[in-house]
Design a protein around this ligand. Structure first.
Ligand SMILES: Nc1ncnc2c1ncn2[C@@H]1O[C@H](COP(=O)(O)OP(=O)(O)O)[C@@H](O)[C@H]1O
Ligand SMILES: [Mg+2]
Length: 229
């Protein structure tokens, strides 16, 4: 499914709250969040450390379930989704990009990018072809056989973006994707997010500390002490 085929929000949070419990200790990480992400939107999320930004992304990415309230993915209530539907959603319909890249060091770039397609049961030839196309599109075709340890931070993040996009998901979620990068690499990475937004193929939800990075979004929201403000 691509963003163009969705008519209605990609994500809806309806009074969603998340409380983490460890023994008797409770941390109210998100409280009563109402949020809607439309197809093709580029929303940047800012807020202080510990405010609940990563928790918010995990909720929107189907990784966490809300303690109270609801989350709806492309019109379907999370509570009504079977485990395999949720697994499908996370593996095919949402691409994730992290601050620390999360690449597998023992696989070359093209196999890192192809990994989500392997999990989806796509055959090896097609997997590698699609992975190479993605790397080419991000200017990394010539590095496809290189291992993460042989690439710069900015290159690793571009590989991670290629991996997130390889299943053509309608939603791309990024948690501080420039947090470990210098300014020049950050600019290259943000140009890629801006191009994805222009193409309109995926909605983007991106957390950042940087006002400059936040400025790339078509809309910015802020989270403070677990609330959307
Ligand atoms: N797995 C967890 N168990 C318990 N508390 C957690 C867990 N993850 C995050 N928290 C707490 O929830 C709050 C929000 O965390 P987080 O969403 O990571 O914030 P941010 O990404 O804005 O820094 C913080 O107080 C944090 O300590
Ligand atoms: Mg965080």
């Amino acid at each position: 499914m691509g963003a163009n085929e969705i008519d209605g929000p990609v994500i809806e949070l309806l009074s969603a709250s998340v409380i983490y419990r460890k023994g008797k200790e409770e941390v109210g990480a998100l409280r009563d969040i109402d949020f809607t992400l439309e197809p093709g939107e580029f929303v940047t999320v800012t807020g202080p450390s510990g405010a609940g930004k990563s928790t918010f992304l995990q909720l929107c990415g189907g990784i966490l379930s809300p303690t109270a309230g609801d989350v709806r993915f492309m019109g379907v209530d999370r509570g009504k989704m079977a485990d395999r539907d949720l697994a499908w959603l996370r593996s095919r319909e949402i691409g994730f990009v992290f601050q620390s890249f999360n690449l597998l060091d023992y696989l070359p770039a093209e196999e890192n990018v192809a990994l989500p397609l392997m999990l989806a049961g796509v055959g090896e030839g097609e997997r590698l072809e699609r992975a190479r196309q993605r790397l080419d599109a991000l200017g990394l075709g010539h590095r496809r056989g290189h291992y993460p340890g042989e690439l710069s931070g900015g290159e690793c993040q571009r590989v991670a973006i290629a991996r997130a996009l390889v299943t053509d998901p309608p939603l791309l979620i990024a948690d501080e994707p420039t947090g470990n990068l210098d300014h020049d690499s950050s600019a290259i990475v943000m140009d890629i997010f801006a191009a994805i937004h222009r193409e309109g193929t995926a909605a983007i939800l991106l957390v950042t500390h940087s006002p400059w990075v936040a400025g790339f979004g078509s809309r910015t929201v802020r989270i403070e002490e677990g609330r959307l403000v």
